[in-house]
Design a protein. Sequence first.
Length: 83
Amino acid sequence: MDDFGATGGDDAIWTREEVQSPCVKICVVHPAERICTGCLRTIDEIGAWSRMGNAERAALLEELPARADLLKKRRGGRAARRG
């Protein structure tokens, strides 16, 4: 492997060894929780992702699964009126 992550040969694909973005291309910000319903990151975290180091990215990825519960809360609608 060379300094850029290529494994050699003319057909080698250049890759970087970094923590990949959790983006799933469903970019909708929850109005109450202010997190993306697709990747569960805040707008600030999404914007800062490209400037984060691997350790910071990995730490954030560990936090994301716990945020899914924030989006499961029912805040009203028909279920709330059934009493």
